[in-house]
Structure formats: C-alpha cells, structure tokens
Design a protein around this ligand. Structure first.
Ligand code: AMP
Length: 210
C-alpha cells in the first residue's frame, strides 16, 4: 500500500501515521522527522533546514525531493509506504509522481486530515513528545503519565508565532495539492476532529474500502 497523509500542521498526521504503519506493516516516512534528525545530528542538511523550520517556512523543494527520492529507493519501501508531511507543494507532488512512474508503481490514496484553523493553535502549542519513545501527548487532551511528565519536550517550531507561519504556508503552498490529487481520483477526506481513536477508525474504514 502506498499512501500519503496531508493536512494542516497539528491535524494529527504523525499520531495517526504511527498507528496506520503498525497496522499495515509499511514504513513511516516523515520528512519532518527526517529533518529533525538531521538538525539534531548537526549535518549540513540539518543546518540548512533548521533556519526554515524554526521560522515555520517550508524547506526548499530541491532539498526535500532529493531526501525523499533516496528514502523511497530503500528496500523496505519497495512494497509500500506511508508518506507523512510530503509532498507539501505541487513541484514535490510532480517529482514524486515522476519517481513512482519510473519504478512503474502507483499511489493508492491520499488522505486529507481536515481540522479547522481555529483548533490548530491550541492543538499545537499544547503538544509534547517523549524523546525516548517518540510518543506524542497533549498537555490538556492527552497528558503524559506522571513518570515521564518531566522528560517530554516541545518542538522548537511549536510556538504561537511559528504555528501562524506554518498555517499560512499550508494554505498557500500545500492546499493546492487537494485539487491536484482530486483530479487524479486519489483524494480521500477524513474528519480529523475527535479523539485519536475515532480518527483512526475513520482512516481504517477508508483504507479497508480501497
Ligand atoms: P512536520 O513535522 O511535518 O510538521 O514538519 C516540520 C517542518 O519541517 C515544516 O514546518 C518544514 O519547515 C519542514 N518540512 C517537513 N516536510 C517538508 C516538506 N515536504 N517540504 C518542505 N518543508 C518540509
């Protein structure tokens, strides 16, 4: 199965992707996670990406496209993958289409997780992650258990200012992917408002119907 998750920042893509890849046994390819790992490792890519990420801006297409091409060429992605956070622009979607056509494979679906802007800021600014397990929590909606409460961390770009910028980037640069994939009969809209379990159920229902 080859699927893509798109949606605004804070829509729950990362949380849901982790559950879906476990269920279907496919690799989770998150460009955000790959970039954060590069930033942490202090590589050249990480240093370039960091400036854009902290300002809530998209990293240039050529940087990201190269990264994803290399990743999907790895053996574990030959039977399927879940792309989370990529593509985020029309040129990225076109480059992905070309890479898949060259391998003679096709996408199965593009799931759009829909959450209204009004809910996004609260969702994102309350988000915390356990650096040891990668588990994502929310200080109000899904608080971390007491024994790990002092080790959870906030992402550098989960601030109010960066979130506003990220939402703007989403509407301007990523939202055009909705008609792009709709025209290709791949788009599936999923209501992202509800508990994580409710949203997982909606996603699984759509995937089972493919
Ligand atoms: P995410 O974890 O998906 O929210 O991504 C965090 C940040 O990484 C974004 O705000 C961008 O700065 C950068 N990023 C992740 N994926 C992409 C992409 N496909 N294109 C450009 N920038 C990206």
């Amino acid at each position: 199965m080859r699927i893509i998750f798109i949606g605004p920042p804070g829509a729950g893509k990362g949380t849901q992707a982790a559950r879906i890849v476990e269920r279907y046994g496919i690799p989770h390819i998150s460009t955000g996670d790959m970039l954060r790992a590069a930033v942490k490792a202090g590589t050249e890519l990480g240093n370039t990406a960091k400036r854009y990420m902290n300002e809530g801006k998209l990293v240039p297409d050529d940087v990201i496209i190269g990264l994803v091409r290399e990743r999907i060429a790895q053996g574990d992605a030959s039977e399927g993958f879940l792309l989370d956070g990529f593509p985020r622009t029309i040129p990225q979607a076109e480059a992905l289409g070309m890479a898949l056509r060259a391998d003679d494979v096709e996408l199965d679906a593009v799931l759009l997780l829909e959450v209204p802007d009004a809910l996004i800021v609260e969702r994102i600014t309350g988000r915390r992650q356990d650096p040891e397990t990668g588990e994502i929590y929310h200080i109000r909606f899904n608080p971390p258990p007491d024994d790990i409460a002092d080790r959870v961390v906030q992402r550098d770009d989960d601030t109010v200012e960066a979130v506003k910028q990220r939402l703007e980037a989403y509407h301007r640069q990523t939202a055009p992917l909705v008609p792009f994939y709709q025209d290709r009969d791949l788009l599936i809209r999923v209501d992202g408002v509800g508990t994580p379990d409710e949203v997982t159920e909606r996603i699984v229902e759509e995937l089972e119907a493919l």
